[in-house]
Design a protein around this ligand. Structure first.
Ligand SMILES: *[C@@H]1O[C@H](CO)[C@@H](O)[C@H](O)[C@H]1NC(C)=O
Ligand SMILES: *[C@@H]1O[C@H](CO)[C@@H](O)[C@H](O)[C@H]1NC(C)=O
Ligand SMILES: *[C@@H]1O[C@H](CO)[C@@H](O)[C@H](O)[C@H]1NC(C)=O
Ligand SMILES: *[C@@H]1O[C@H](CO)[C@@H](O)[C@H](O)[C@H]1NC(C)=O
Ligand SMILES: *[C@@H]1O[C@H](CO)[C@@H](O)[C@H](O)[C@H]1NC(C)=O
Ligand SMILES: *[C@@H]1O[C@H](CO)[C@@H](O)[C@H](O)[C@H]1NC(C)=O
Ligand SMILES: *[C@@H]1O[C@H](CO)[C@@H](O)[C@H](O)[C@H]1NC(C)=O
Ligand SMILES: *[C@@H]1O[C@H](CO)[C@@H](O)[C@H](O)[C@H]1NC(C)=O
Ligand SMILES: *[C@@H]1O[C@H](CO)[C@@H](O)[C@H](O)[C@H]1NC(C)=O
Ligand SMILES: *[C@@H]1O[C@H](CO)[C@@H](O)[C@H](O)[C@H]1NC(C)=O
Length: 723
């Protein structure tokens, strides 16, 4: 017997779903559907228990869905980790949230006090589900927003005490998603200082598995990003779900395969760092989680997240505008400088074509000058021995310089670490109570410094005032905001989150007051490379490890969740400070220019003549590729953990231009080299390769190109123009 099928040759009808579309949110009685171009998220209210039941999160569906096996409904009595745990007034921790009502909102309301994605009515629409526990008078609002263009659903949860007694929220996940029975893998980013964002993939096993941070910030150890994928999913094919938490504090991600085989994923506050009292009328709002679905593998999830974050998360006006190539004084001068050596370094930078000079640590401290890391943090006034007339005359001299062969003035940036204090400082002597500490317990020092308790309004005011004063004192157009240690002794279980609300208030204040400043986040490298910081700072230092081979792994790992536009990446001197390795300057430059903010981390006077001669050309190339890095779609063609030939392609959103970065790590003698097959091109279009050869997109994707190198550390940058 033949089944007759109608095939419309090669025609795929993709209906464009916008948030305006009534299809983006469909409510049928008490069944709810959020639909994107390629995603549906379905849930319904069980009409006997009032529970909210997850039906589907995956590829688009329409109309009724098959009834599930009733034995698969776990509901009450489900022993898996709960998304919320509230200690009620009498002391027990039982809750029974039942459906109450729903509300539709156009666009997306802001989350009070917390960073979140944003968008207008055409980008996004919102569904709020009101739940109520009638036994304890606690309300829970689940806010879902759908960005149809990016197949993205964001969610946050608010718990409100509507009763008469005090309650305590002891656990609150931003999201809890149930996957139907099937084998799954999970992917996370783990590492340590100078080894951030190493991709880990493991199969989800029975029981609980997960990761998180308890250091008070998102951390080098585990990034607040989780992917769940089918075991057969690759970079470029298969089902993949990505969950990115917009939060900079301690967090927890857990994945649990229950006894019956169903998998639940939770991400949100770290319950070990949360015990949040709610008096009558008070509300606790969770951070927002961004959930993305793709059928095009892990790369598909990443590209949707990148587009969303570039357009609907980063508030800076520099989100997608070209970044100035910069030179940072740290590697060249460290703590050892004065006005004239700084100006000399700035002059050398300008002569190489650099357009932003960044003065790093060591410029401040009056009574306790910051001439090493033992003193001065917290005293944000220029060191009078180094800058007798303040910072302004030096900035004037430096900004009068012009980048080589151009009329572009050199701009000036400055380093600060405003959340920290050395005990050896005027600030600590005046306000010993401003640091995080727990009563009489010893105050643990790291790098001779303590953490200011940014939960305190007076500390928030102090930071806003100190930073504003410096920025108002001279023409400073860039701030590198560092944060070099985690938290140890916190006075109360609410401090962690209160600190975050405080620092977001400070970030919001300063970035609103100084919108023309290019803000860069840093935390001993990538210790705070998260979507929370990104709302305010369009770029973040990716790692203190600048070894170019290590950096490929770190940058590609980081790109799982975050757009390359947000990555700071610098070409540093050799032998490399962290690994002792000597890699050719071109390779170092090519890796660094895959980050949105390219720069130099070296003293031009101390590098070889050959390397110095190569810098102007590499800076020019970095400027040329920058628009594609900032605004293009990234395809990780081959990963350093799988291959000796990592390769990355960036394609402009309109598909007209592309640039390929190709690397060979180890030497290969008398052996054929693999072909690198491109992705994401138009198969029928013709592309010019580096201005001479032309090939069809299909040829470039199905045959590919070959780049033979015999030595180690070979690298190549290739441009494609669509005709
Ligand atoms: C409850 O829902 C089920 C299935 O969705 C339906 O068959 C049944 O009629 C509903 N019962 C009531 C009381 O609405
Ligand atoms: C709730 O907590 C507040 C502040 O912690 C306290 O003043 C108040 O007495 C408490 N109320 C009840 C009913 O316990
Ligand atoms: C600045 O430092 C350089 C190098 O240490 C030294 O030669 C110079 O005299 C110093 N200038 C001033 C004004 O202290
Ligand atoms: C500036 O121009 C000179 C002369 O053409 C050239 O030698 C030098 O490399 C250029 N410098 C930069 C940074 O482009
Ligand atoms: C504090 O800093 C000053 C100035 O840098 C230094 O002379 C002094 O030795 C430091 N004191 C301590 C206790 O480290
Ligand atoms: C600025 O440059 C001028 C000219 O080179 C020099 O005389 C002056 O000392 C510099 N000013 C500062 C504050 O370094
Ligand atoms: C500050 O520097 C910027 C960038 O070079 C320049 O455009 C601006 O005019 C300067 N502002 C002042 C007040 O000098
Ligand atoms: C920033 O904080 C200062 C000091 O509290 C306040 O005066 C100012 O209005 C705030 N500005 C913004 C944009 O929040
Ligand atoms: C490759 O091997 C051939 C002999 O098989 C030899 O003649 C040639 O020099 C080798 N090439 C390199 C680059 O070592
Ligand atoms: C293509 O152009 C590059 C430089 O633009 C040159 O090095 C290369 O030899 C050319 N290739 C061909 C096949 O013409």
């Amino acid at each position: 017997m033949f089944l007759k099928r109608t095939v419309v040759a090669g025609l795929v009808l993709v209906r464009q779903v916008t948030a305006h579309d009534s299809n983006a949110i469909v409510v049928d009685g008490t069944s709810f559907a959020l639909n994107g171009q390629g995603v549906s998220y379905l849930f319904h209210v069980d009409n006997t228990t009032g529970d909210l039941i997850n039906d589907h999160f995956g590829g688009s569906v329409t109309g009724p869905i098959p009834q599930r096996d009733p034995s698969s409904d776990q509901r009450l009595g489900d022993w898996r980790t709960p998304a919320v745990r509230i200690r009620q007034t009498p002391g027990y921790t039982v809750s029974d949230f039942q459906y109450h009502s729903f509300e539709r909102k156009s666009g997306k309301p802001e989350l009070t006090g917390l960073p979140s994605t944003f968008g207008d009515d055409a980008d996004v629409s919102t569904l709020v589900i009101h739940l109520y526990d009638k036994y304890s008078d606690v309300a829970a609002d689940l806010t879902y927003s759908i960005f149809p263009k990016y197949d993205t659903i964001t969610r946050s949860v608010s718990i409100t005490n509507k009763g008469k007694g005090n309650i305590t929220v002891e656990a609150l996940a931003s999201m809890s998603v149930d996957f139907p029975y099937e084998d799954l893998d999970m992917i996370s980013l783990s590492g340590d200082w100078a080894r951030e964002a190493h991709r880990q993939r493991r199969s989800v096993e029975y029981g609980l598995q997960g990761f998180g941070s308890s250091v008070g910030y998102s951390s080098h150890l585990h990034n607040p990003f989780l992917a769940i994928v089918d075991p057969t999913t690759t970079e470029s094919s298969g089902e993949a779900w990505g969950f990115s938490l917009i939060y900079t504090g301690s967090f927890s991600a857990s994945v649990e395969k229950g006894s019956q085989g169903f998998t639940r994923a939770l991400i949100g506050f770290n319950p070990d760092q949360l015990s949040w009292p709610l008096a009558p009328g008070e509300t606790l709002t969770s951070p927002e989680v961004v959930s993305v679905y793709s059928k095009d593998g892990i790369g598909g999830v990443s590209r949707k997240l990148h587009r969303l974050y570039r357009n609907n998360l980063i508030k800076s006006k520099f989100a997608t505008s070209d970044r100035p190539p910069l030179l940072n004084s740290w590697e060249g001068l460290g703590f050892d400088y004065n006005q004239s050596t700084i100006e000399q370094l700035a002059k050398q930078s300008a002569d190489l074509g650099v357009t932003m000079f960044v003065l790093d640590d060591g410029w401040f401290g009056d009574k306790y000058p910051r001439t090493d890391d033992n003193a001065g943090l917290g005293d944000w006034v220029p060191n009078p021995a180094r800058f007798p007339n303040g910072i302004a005359p030096v900035v004037e001299n430096i900004t009068a310089l012009k980048a080589a062969n151009t009329s572009t003035a050199l701009r000036f940036g400055i380093w600060m670490e405003p959340e920290m204090v050395n005990p050896n400082s005027s600030l600590y002597r005046e306000h010993p109570d401003w640091v995080l500490h727990a009563g009489p317990y010893p105050r643990t020092e790291r790098r001779n410094q303590l953490v200011l308790n940014v939960a305190l309004p007076e500390v928030q005011e102090f930071i806003i005032e100190s930073v504003s004063n410096i920025l108002n004192s001279a023409n400073i157009s860039y701030v590198k905001w560092d944060n070099n240690r985690g938290m140890h002794e916190t006075p109360s279980p609410t401090t962690d989150h209160q600190y975050m609300l405080g620092i977001y208030k400070v970030f919001n204040n300063l970035t609103t007051q100084f919108p023309d400043v290019l803000w860069k986040g840093c935390a001993s490298g990538g210790g705070r490379f998260d979507a929370g910081v990104m709302q305010y700072f369009p770029q973040i230092w990716t790692s203190d490890d600048t070894d170019a081979v290590e950096r490929i792994t770190i940058q590609l790992g980081t790109s799982l969740a975050y757009p390359p536009s947000a990555m700071g990446a610098h070409l540093s001197a050799v032998p490399n400070q962290q690994t002792g390795r000597t890699i050719p300057v071109e390779f170092r430059g090519h890796v660094a220019m895959m980050g949105g903010s390219f720069g130099l981390e070296l003293d031009p006077a101390k590098i070889s003549e050959e390397d110095k001669a190569a810098l102007p050309g590499l800076i020019a190339l970095a400027k040329k590729v920058n628009p594609l890095i900032l605004k293009g779609d990234q395809y990780r063609l081959s990963l350093p953990e799988d291959s000796n030939w990592p390769a990355v392609l960036f394609i402009s959103e309109d598909g007209a231009q592309a640039v390929l970065f190709y690397f060979q790590i180890n030497p290969l003698i008398n052996h054929s080299v693999p072909w690198v097959k491109l992705q994401g091109l138009d198969p029928k279009a013709i592309y010019t390769v580096d201005g001479n050869q032309t090939y069809a997109g299909s040829t470039l994707m199905n045959i590919g190109l070959q780049f033979p190198f015999s030595t180690n550390y070979g690298s190549k940058v290739v441009f494609f123009e669509k005709q």
